[in-house]
Design a protein around this ligand. Structure first.
Ligand code: GLC
Length: 567
C-alpha cells in the first residue's frame, strides 16, 4: 500500500551525506527529535535512562530519518525539576554519565549524520548551585545575592513576600530565607519551584557566565541550544505587583506579564547570536518562549537573534480544519517578515501527548488526566503528524510519538515526581504521564528500556506499542513516521518556502499544494468525505477509498485522516 516507499526513496542521499555536505541553513527545514534522557533508554540498568542508552540507540534515530536530536538537560542537578534545576552547567549528572559519555555521544551522532542540540537553562539555577549556596551561607550583604533576586519582605517583620507574583508551579514565587544566625531573612524569587532561584540578568557576571557556558558546549561540538524559558530572563524594572484577583496564572499567555516576554531579553539573544556565528557550521538556538501571540514569538527570531522558536500556538490548536488553517497562516505570516522558518510541534515533555489530547473530544487543556477514546486519539494523532510534516519549516517530534504512545493518565499519585503536581496539590501538572520510559521490545524487563526496571511504571499495553512490535508492520505508526520522514528527505522542497497554496475543499477538510507536485489533504471531521481525486496517493494515515476503478474521478477521505498525493 501507499506506506511502502521503497521506490520513492531509492537513490535518496544518506543521512551522513547530508551532514558532511554541511548544508548551510540545515535547520530551516530540519526535523528535530526531542530525547528526554531519563526516559529514552537505560544503558546501565539502574532504571533511569542515560547518555549511554541514548548513544546505543542513535542508529534507531538515524533510521527513523530525523536530522537532529535535542536532549533535555543531563547536567549535574539535584533533580528537583527533572534536571531543569542545574547545579553545574559544565558537568554531567552521574545518573546520566560523564563528560566523556557526552563527547562520545556527540561524535557518534555526527558520524551518523545527526546533529545534537542541548538544553540551556538560563532563567534559573538549582538552589544547590555554588553561587546560590554561598549567597545563602554568606548572609545579607553577600555580593553573590545580587546574581539572584533577593528582597526584604513586606509587612511589619518582613513576613510577607516582596510582591504578589505566583510560581508557575503554584504557590508564591518567593521563599523566605533564614539568616546564618537563625533569624528569618530576605526572600528570593523563583518563577518555578523553590529549588529553582531566578538569576538576575541585570548582573554582568550572570551574562558573562552564560556566554562562557555557550562556548563550553559549542567547543564540545554541539550544534546548538534549546533555550529554556527564553521569555523569562528579564523582569520588569522594580518587580511591580500584578494585581488582579489572585488568578494570575490564568493570565499567562494572554497578557504581557512583568516577568515574561520583556523587551530586554532580546539584547541577550543578540549577544548569543554573535557567539553562535563565530563557530563553523550553522550552530543554532531555539527559544522556548511562551508568548501571547506568534507575532511576539517572531521577535525572538529576528535575523540577529535566535534561529527558531517553538510554535506553542500550533501545539494548542484543536483538530479542526478552520482553526488549523488559521494558525498555519498566522504562523507563516508572522515569520515571513523576519525571514525565520516557521516551526511546528505537537508534543513535548511538558504537555499531554497529542494522541491523548486528540482522544478527548474537548481536548482543551494541554494537561489532561483523561485517557479518552484511544482509537480516535491515535487516528487523529497520525493524521495530525502527516499534516505537520507537510508544512514548510522545521518540525519537532517528542520521543515516543512515533510509536503513537498515549499519555499514561492513571499513574498512582505516589509514583509521580513532577514538582508541578505536588506543588499544585494534584490540581494541575500531569507531566509525568508523557515521561514514562519508552518500550523498545515486546517483552522483557521494562520492555527493553533497560535491565533494571523503569523509574515510572510502564503500562502493560507498552509491549504491543514497542519499537520491536511495530517495526516492519506497514500499518504501524512507527512505519508511518519512517515513511513520512523518508519522503521529506527525498523532497527537500517540502520543508522549504514560507507559504502553502490552499486549494478548495469541503468544510472540515484542508487541502494545499506544496513544492509544485505535492498535495496534502486532511479530513478533520469524524465522517468520510468525498473529494475530486487530487493525484496518486503517496502516503496516508488512513487509506483513501476509490470505488471501483483506480482512476475514478473521486475518492473518499476516511474520517480523521491525512493523505499525501503526488500530482
Ligand atoms: C521549561 C521546561 C520545563 C521546566 C521549566 C522550568 O518550561 O520545559 O520542563 O519545568 O522550564 O525550568
Amino acid at each position: 500500500m501507499t506506506q511502502h516507499l521503497a521506490d520513492a526513496t531509492a537513490g535518496t542521499e544518506s543521512a551522513a551525506d547530508r551532514s558532511t555536505a554541511d548544508r548551510p541553513g540545515w535547520w530551516r527545514d530540519a526535523v528535530i527529535y526531542q530525547v528526554y534522557p531519563r526516559s529514552f533508554a537505560d544503558g546501565n540498568g539502574d532504571g533511569m535512562g542515560d547518555l549511554e542508552g541514548v548513544r546505543a540507540r542513535l542508529p534507531y534515530l538515524r533510521d527513523l530519518g530525523v536530522d537532529a536530536v535535542w536532549l533535555s538537560p543531563f547536567y549535574a542537578s539535584p533533580q528537583a525539576d527533572a534536571g531543569y534545576d542545574v547545579s553545574d552547567y559544565r558537568a554531567i549528572d552521574p545518573m546520566f554519565g560523564t563528560l566523556l559519555d557526552a563527547d562520545a555521544l556527540i561524535r557518534d551522532a555526527h558520524e551518523l549524520g545527526l546533529r545534537i542540540i542541548v538544553d540551556l537553562v538560563p532563567n534559573h539555577s538549582s538552589d544547590q548551585h555554588e553561587w546560590f549556596k554561598r549567597a545563602l551561607k554568606e548572609g545579607p550583604g553577600s555580593a553573590l545575592r545580587d546574581r539572584y533576586h533577593f528582597r526584604p519582605g513586606k509587612g511589619t517583620d518582613g513576613e510577607l513576600p516582596p510582591n504578589d507574583w505566583e510560581s508557575i508551579f503554584g504557590g508564591p514565587a518567593w521563599t523566605r530565607t533564614t539568616n546564618p544566625d537563625g533569624t528569618p531573612g530576605d526572600w528570593y524569587l523563583h518563577l518555578f519551584a523553590p529549588e529553582q532561584p531566578d538569576f538576575n540578568w541585570e548582573h554582568p557576571a550572570v551574562a558573562d557566565e552564560f556566554r562562557s557556558i555557550l562556548r563550553f558546549w559549542l567547543d564540545m561540538g554541539t550544534d546548538g541550544f534549546r533555550v529554556d524559558v527564553a521569555h523569562g530572563l528579564v523582569k520588569a524594572e522594580g518587580l511591580p505587583d500584578i494585581g488582579g484577583d489572585g488568578e494570575q496564572l490564568k493570565l499567562l499567555g494572554n497578557d504581557v506579564m512583568p516577568f515574561f516576554d520583556q523587551d530586554g531579553v532580546h539584547e541577550i539573544y543578540r549577544s548569543w547570536r554573535r557567539i553562535l556565528d563565530e563557530y563553523p557550521g550553522d550552530r543554532i538556538a531555539v527559544a522556548e518562549a511562551w508568548t501571547p501571540t506568534v507575532e511576539r514569538t517572531a521577535h525572538y527570531v529576528r535575523p540577529d537573534e535566535l534561529h527558531q522558536a517553538f510554535n506553542f500556538q500550533y501545539l494548542g490548536t484543536h483538530w479542526d480544519a478552520a482553526e488549523l488553517r488559521e494558525v498555519i497562516d498566522t504562523s507563516l505570516g508572522a515569520m515571513r517578515p523576519v525571514g525565520a522558518p516557521a516551526t511546528w510541534v505537537l508534543s513535548n515533555h511538558d504537555v499531554t501527548r497529542h494522541a491523548t489530547r486528540f482522544a478527548n473530544p474537548a481536548g482543551l487543556g494541554t494537561q489532561l488526566r483523561e485517557a479518552g477514546d484511544r482509537a480516535l486519539g491515535l487516528r487523529r494523532a497520525r493524521a495530525a503528524t502527516l499534516l505537520m510534516l507537510a508544512l514548510p519549516g522545521s518540525a519537532y517530534l517528542y520521543q515516543g510519538e512515533e510509536l503513537g504512545l498515549p499519555d499514561v493518565t492513571d499513574l498512582p499519585d505516589e509514583v509521580r515526581q513532577d514538582p508541578s503536581f505536588w506543588r499544585a496539590s494534584g490540581q494541575d501538572g500531569f507531566r509525568d504521564g508523557c515521561r514514562v520510559p519508552l518500550p523498545w521490545t515486546t517483552e522483557g524487563s521494562s520492555y527493553g528500556f533497560g535491565t533494571g526496571g523503569s523509574w515510572l511504571p510502564q503500562p502493560s499495553t507498552w509491549g504491543a506499542l514497542s519499537v520491536e512490535a511495530q517495526t516492519g508492520d506497514p500499518d504501524s505508526t512507527l512505519e508511518l513516521y519512517r515513511s513520512a520522514l523518508a519522503v521529506r528527505r527525498e523532497q527537500p522542497a517540502l520543508g522549504a518556502g514560507d507559504a502553502v497554496a490552499w486549494l478548495d475543499a469541503p468544510e472540515g477538510v484542508l487541502a494545499f499544494r506544496r513544492a509544485g507536485s505535492f498535495v496534502c489533504t486532511a479530513n478533520t471531521t469524524g465522517e468520510a468525505v468525498r473529494i475530486p481525486r487530487p493525484g496518486r496517493p503517496l502516503l496516508a494515515s488512513a487509506e483513501p477509498v476509490a470505488d471501483g476503478a483506480e482512476d475514478a474521478a473521486e475518492v473518499e477521505l476516511p474520517a480523521d485522516s491525512t493523505v499525501w498525493w503526488a500530482v
